[in-house]
Design a protein around this ligand. Sequence first.
Ligand code: GRF
Length: 193
Amino acid sequence: MKNIVLFASGAGSNAENIALFFKNRPGVKVSYILSNRSDAGVLQRAKKLNIKTKVFDKEMFFHSDKVLYFLKELSPDLIVLAGFLWLVPQKIVEAFPGRIINIHPALLPKYGGKGMYGRHVHRAVIENGEKESGITIHYVNDKYDDGDIIFQARCPVLEGDTPETLAERVHRLEYEHYPRVIARILEKRQSPG
Ligand code: GRF
């Protein structure tokens, strides 16, 4: 059984979409959802989906090996960030080489980096008069939005778009593609080790 561990800080609609996608697929399951916020919407969704959760704080993530050891115990085939806002510490990146991916709601390398999340991204795209935006799925390294790009999909930026209307269009691309890209990565991969 291939095992996905999800990280999310927010509403968790992508996390839920991924969990539902794999629910009826033999051989892959979302074993855990981890969050840095005890009030994150993703935790309610996990409960409904019957997926175990763990909440951690800054101390556990950045200044101890607690989250690292927890992940090692879970032995994930893939760690999937879905709206997770903290930078992943180097020791975790190094412990899971090529096994941590993220989705970013714009066409990297533009509109990435610290502070570029959620509506900040969409506002910048609109203010700069971009004609298109989209999603980028990439490997995670120890810098924000910087690892090798795995997949991109595009959508138009329309006249009169607000950060909210653009976010909705980008979210649709995320729902369509993120689970499928994850499935493809897992198919290509041999068992962990
Ligand atoms: C998504 O747009 C994702 O690209 C970004 O954060 C958002 C998360 O939304 N990294 P949700 O929590 O999955 O609803």
